[in-house]
Unconditional design. Structure first.
Length: 298
């Protein structure tokens, strides 16, 4: 008797076939999240497109630096939990040695999917052998944090803010749990427990952001940094990345992340048992409304 289930019929309706743009400018690859209508919310379509763009940049010997940016007003509003393009039950050509999630029962479906598209993909991108820069404007929320945090440098506009509000769902932070390494422990607790917006200036003061610039100077500033990195020895850049990533892992980053990933999915399972869905009964609309209310915008 099989313990698999019949996959649900995918219902996603994509507003675009190209959620990520790839642009090469000399030695710089610009990887652009391009769902501005939905504030660059990350569905699986976008996640796999990001992976393809990063691989393209790695394979291109002319590319020495990769910049990740978001089209429009915001860098990224996080994981897609409510647009017509939400593709939770859609199968994809997987990039890691993991099984398809769509035929798995109950909590195993999310656990399998998020091992691939969230934790696994982010670790894969953190280890890209070329320097990466996150160019952040506007909102960088929840899943958006994960994309910024895997980059080697973060350059943000003064009007940017960072937020992980998933505590409202009873979940202890997003899947790529780097909070305690990006922020001092007590500040990380505040960041998750209260889920408030952290202004870019405060993030800069804690060392989470490398440079702060005006929004109209953001692209110019990032380009200047990228060109400087591109002028440095290729192997030296890669070795520097490996060295500092190794230091983080010696401090327990990888093992801590593994542990919290399981706590994250225990929270999802608890939500399924006591509320209407794995997100504690919340959805994109209610989360956005709560975030705006907390920030005094609604």
């Amino acid at each position: 008797m099989s313990d698999l289930v019949e996959p649900k019929t995918p219902t996603a309706v994509y507003e675009t076939d190209t959620p990520v743009r790839y642009e090469r400018e000399g030695s710089i690859a610009w990887v652009v999240m391009d769902r501005p209508k939905f504030n660059n919310a990350q569905n699986s379509q976008m996640t796999y497109a990001l992976d393809a763009a990063f691989k393209r940049a790695v394979d291109d010997e002319e590319v020495r630096v990769i910049v990740l940016r978001g089209e429009g007003k915001h860098f990224s509003a996080g994981h897609d939990i409510g647009t017509p393009g939400r593709d939770l039950h859609s199968p994809f050509d997987r990039k890691l040695l993991l099984a398809d999630h769509t035929n798995k029962p109950a909590a195993e479906l999310l656990y399998t999917r998020e091992q691939e598209v969230y934790l696994g993909m982010c670790r894969r991108w953190r280890d890209i052998p070329k320097p990466t820069i996150a160019m952040v404007q506007g909102a960088c929320i929840a899943g958006g944090l994960m994309l910024a945090w895997v980059c080697d440098l973060i350059v943000a506009s003064h009007d940017a803010f960072f937020q992980d509000p998933v505590g409202r769902m009873g979940i202890p932070g997003v899947e790529y749990f780097a909070h305690g390494f990006e922020l001092p422990p007590r500040i990380a607790k505040e960041f998750i427990l209260l889920g408030e917006r952290m202004p870019a200036e405060r993030a800069y003061n804690f060392g989470m952001v490398n440079r702060l610039v005006d929004r109209d100077e953001l692209e110019v500033s990032v380009r200047a940094i990228a060109l400087e990195l591109a002028s440095r020895p290729r192997l030296g850049n890669w070795l520097t990345k490996q060295a500092l990533n190794h230091v983080e892992d010696l401090r327990g980053k990888r093992t801590a992340m593994d542990a919290v990933f399981h706590m994250h999915h225990f929270a999802h399972a608890q939500n399924d048992l006591v509320s209407t869905n794995s997100l504690g009964g919340l959805d994109a609309k209610s989360m956005a409304a709560a975030n705006k209310s907390q920030a005094g915008e609604g």
